[in-house]
Each structure stands twice: as structure tokens, then as C-alpha cells.
Ligand binder design. Structure first.
Ligand code: ARG
Length: 487
């Protein structure tokens, strides 16, 4: 028999009447899942090759199916796949097209398979590529941060806690803190890959199958590390989707935090940076305006990223095992999250590499707000005063300065000794903020001397990320090249 093209569903046999047009439209996922077409074909080639190898279908049927699927793959690749919007999803479309081409052989493809394992296999293959793309995009921004940090290893700025002036730091040190967040984002994605890269194919509807299939073989053909252990979990598990959405959300939150800083640093009140014209926009009414819209939109889009994560968690929350149609909704959130995050990462890298630091403004700001107060207290501690006492003494000196509109380093030695007899001429070696920064040589600290080690660790991690992405890319490429060749 051959599936008739006017049935338009894969499951018409049991029904007396066709489903209402509205039901078909309501349940369709085609708009979203067409994007999985090439993965669907790859999964089908692997499945067909395995069926023929196991003697479940004849060798001839296997060859016909593969040949038909390769034609379909070529159509997917050159954008000429004739999608029938009446067919509910991409899986139905591929199967109908195949059956049209190779008749009964095509109608045998779905032996020992269900759309339940098919769809989740496709999504895992999509997400492998998406994870690698995301890691590569993160690497681009990390590299921009590291390069800019190296250039600014001696550029002074105020460091903040509670958004109040705290201690002086370098711009390089600050940027490397952003890099550290992104490094964790990349490493989290790499870690998630081992849970992602397993094959549910052959789980069939939920319970496995009576045919003597070889799940290890299909897993290997598709470049997966292994088949998943439990067929019920195989069709139900969307943890890997939630995991990506969390990883993407946290990364988006990190970008948002970076962009928040870039936005207010570019305000006239701060004036720490100037964005390149290329990554700024103007106002339709105020001719003088130059707005940090790229930074603001990146900050704003973190909201939708978190929304996508919440969406999938709530969708999964009440679901009993195993496949439930609710799971169809995973793809919209997943695709949206990936499509949003990667351009944000790329734009942040471009924006960062082209912005100008106004070193004079940052230095001026770093001289305000008693950023060297801790250093004066530390000075007294070295002279023998208990830290708690020193804290109190310096607090008094700060209050004295505030009342007189002075800075600590404006005070004369005569004024300073009124706060403690331990203070001597050498205090002037401690108070200039350049010195405060230079002396913070502790591991991970802000001194330019402590930077090379931070840069070294970051660069090493960046190399590991690059090796990982290239290795996994190559693994997928090889598997797919083998599938696209004749058996
Ligand atoms: N379009 C479905 C999805 O995305 C494919 C699986 C449908 N399975 C089913 N039994 N209705 O999840």
C-alpha cells in the first residue's frame, strides 16, 4: 500500500471522519519544526540503514529509502523542499514526500519508530549545533573582553560596591570579571553537552519495540555518544531543553549586567566610555542624541530569555510520563532563546571592541569618594594597630575631610598625625590611588601584576572551549557526511 497524499495525516485509519480543519491547524507544529528538516532526514537515513542492516526491511527497500531521503536532503539544502502546510509537522512532510518518491519502500520507513522518538532525536541534533554555536559566540565575546582587558591593565577606575565608590581598580580587572562569568557560561554549555548528546532513537512510542533494532548503531551513525538507557525517559526527557534555556538565561543575565554598565558608563554623568557610532543610534526628535540602544536591547532581551526558561519548566512541571503533546511546545521556546542569544553575544563583542575608554574621566572619578580609605587603615595595621581600631580612626579622618571638602591625600602630615601618632611620612607612599591598585597583588587582585595570571587562566579556558567546539563540530560533520554518502 502507499500512503495517499490526500489523507494528509499519518494516522487516519482509526478515524471514521477526518479531523476538523481547525483541529489540524491548531495542532500543527509545522511553522516551528520545519527548521528541523535536515535533522529529520538524517535521523531517517540512520534509521533506514539500521533497519536494512538488521534485515527488518529488505536491502532494496533500504536503498530506495536512502536514495529518496537524499533527494529530499538536497531539496532541504537548496531551499526547494515542497512543504505541504496541511501536513501537521515536518516528520509527516518528509514521510509523505518520501512515500511519493519511492512508494511502498517509503511506507516501510516508520517500522520500529514513532514520531515521539523521532522528534526528540531531531531536537537533540539541532541543539548540539545550537550549543556549539552558542559556545563559539561566547568565545568571541570572551576574546574581546580579554583583549580589551589587556589593553587596559593599567587604566584606573573606581570600583563599586552598592554602586558606591569602594576601592580603586583597573578597567582590565573589571572586564576580566565579566569574562569569568562568560567562561562559566561556556563551560556549563560544554558540560551539558554530555547529557544532550545521547540518542533516544529506537525508544519508539515509549516502550521500545519488538523488532531486533540496533540502537547503538543508529546512535553511532548520528554521532551520538550512546543511546539513552530507558525508552520511556527517551521520549519524555526534555531536561536538555530546560538546561539550555537555563544556560542561555544565565548568559543573557550576564550580558544584561555588562550592558547595564555600558549604558550608564556612557551617560554624561559618568562619561567613562564613548560607544562607537557604528553601535549607537540616534533620536527622531532630539538631534543631539547618541543612544546605547544595542546595550539596552541586549539588557532588555534577558527578560524574554528568562521567560522561555519559565515557559518550558512550567510546561514540564505537571506532565506524567511519557510523551504528551504538550512537549511539542518545547521547540518554540528553544529556537527563540538560541536565535536571540547568539546575536546579543556577537553585538556585545563588536560594541566592546570599538568603545573608547575616557581614561581621564575614570581617573578623576577614582580620586573621589575616599577609595584609598582601606589602604590608610591597612597602613595603620602594618604599624601595629588592630584593624577594628584602624577602621574607626580612618572613619574619623574621612569625616574630617568631608566637613572640609578635602581628600585624604590632600591632608598634611600634621593633620594626619592628629588621627594617629603611628602615621609618618611614608603614608604618602600608600595614599595615591595608583599605589593602592599596584599594591593589590593578591591572587585574582586588581594590581596589573596580578593580571597576567588571570589572563593566562582565561586564555587556557578559551583554548579548551575552542578545542571542544572544533572536536564536536568535526564529530557531527563526519557522521553526517557518512550518512549523506551511499551506504
Ligand atoms: N509534532 C510533534 C511534536 O513536536 C511530533 C510528535 C507527535 N506525536 C504524537 N503522538 N502526536 O512533539
Amino acid at each position: 500500500m502507499s500512503l495517499s497524499n490526500d489523507q494528509k495525516v499519518l494516522w487516519s485509519g482509526r478515524f471514521k471522519e477526518g479531523a476538523a480543519e481547525s483541529t489540524l491547524a491548531f495542532t500543527s507544529s509545522l511553522d516551528v519544526d520545519q527548521r528541523l528538516a535536515s535533522y529529520d532526514v538524517m535521523g531517517s537515513i540512520a534509521h533506514a540503514r539500521m533497519l536494512a542492516r538488521q534485515g527488518i526491511i529488505s536491502k532494496e527497500d533500504g536503498e530506495k529509502i536512502e536514495a529518496g531521503l537524499k533527494e529530499i536532503l538536497a531539496q532541504v539544502e537548496d531551499g526547494t523542499l515542497p512543504i505541504d502546510p496541511k501536513l501537521e509537522d515536518i516528520h509527516s512532510n518528509v514521510e509523505f514526500l518520501l512515500t511519493d518518491k519511492v512508494k511502498d519502500a517509503g511506507a516501510r520507513l516508520h517500522t520500529a519508530r514513532s514520531r515521539n522518538d523521532q522528534v526528540v532525536t531531531d531536537v537533540r541534533m539541532f541543539l548540539r549545533d545550537a550549543v556549539l554555536d552558542t559556545v563559539i559566540a561566547i568565545m568571541g565575546l570572551e576574546k574581546a573582553l580579554i583583549d580589551t582587558a589587556k589593553e587596559n591593565a593599567e587604566t584606573l577606575m573606581p570600583g563599586f560596591t552598592h554602586m558606591q565608590h569602594a576601592q580603586p581598580i583597573t578597567v582590565g580587572h573589571h572586564l576580566m570579571a565579566h569574562q569569568a562569568r562568560l567562561q562559566r557560561d561556556a563551560e556549563r554549555l560544554m558540560d551539558s553537552y554530555q547529557r544532550l548528546n545521547v540518542s533516544p532513537l529506537g525508544s519508539a512510542a515509549l516502550a521500545g519495540t519488538t523488532y531486533s533494532i540496533d540502537r547503538r548503531y543508529t546512535a553511532k551513525l548520528l554521532g551520538f555518544e550512546a543511546p539513552c538507557a530507558n525508552s520511556i525517559d527517551g521520549v519524555s526527557d526534555r531536561d536538555f531543553v530546560a538546561e539550555y534555556l537555563f544556560n542561555a538565561s544565565l548568559c543573557a543575565v550576564h550580558l544584561s549586567s555588562l550592558c547595564e554598565e555600558l549604558a550608564y558608563w556612557s551617560s554624561p554623568e559618568f562619561g567613562f566610555i564613548e560607544m562607537a557610532d557604528a553601535y549607537s543610534t540616534g533620536s527622531s526628535i532630539m538631534p543631539q542624541k547618541k543612544n546605547p540602544d544595542v546595550a539596552e536591547l541586549t539588557r532588555g532581551r534577558a527578560g524574554a530569555a528568562i521567560g522561555d526558561l519559565v515557559n518550558i519548566l512550567v510546561t514540564m512541571k505537571g506532565l506524567p510520563l511519557s510523551y504528551n503533546r504538550d512537549l511539542q511546545e518545547d521547540k518554540g521556546a528553544l529556537f527563540a532563546s538560541y536565535d536571540r542569544l547568539v546575536p546579543c553575544l556577537r553585538m556585545c563583542g563588536a560594541m566592546l571592541s570599538t568603545l573608547k575608554f575616557r581614561k581621564d574621566r575614570m581617573l578623576e572619578a577614582a580620586k573621589e569618594g575616599f577609595l584609598n580609605a582601606t589602604d590608610l587603615a591597612d597602613y595603620l595595621v602594618v604599624k601595629g594597630m588592630p584593624f577594628r581600631k584602624a577602621h574607626e580612626v580612618v572613619g574619623g579622618a574621612v569625616r574630617y575631610c568631608i566637613d572640609r571638602g578635602k581628600r585624604l591625600d590632600d591632608l598634611s602630615l600634621d593633620e594626619l598625625v592628629t588621627f594617629s601618632g603611628l602615621i609618618g611620612e611614608d603614608v604618602f607612599e600608600v595614599l595615591p590611588i595608583e599605589k593602592c591598585v599596584r599594591r593589590r597583588r593578591s591572587l585574582g587582585g586588581t594590581s596589573p601584576d596580578a593580571m597576567p595570571e588571570q589572563v593566562h587562566h582565561a586564555t587556557e579556558s578559551l583554548e579548551r572551549q575552542g578545542v571542544f567546539a572544533a572536536r564536536e563540530r568535526e564529530n557531527i560533520r563526519k557522521a553526517f557526511a557518512n550518512l549523506a554518502r551511499s551506504a
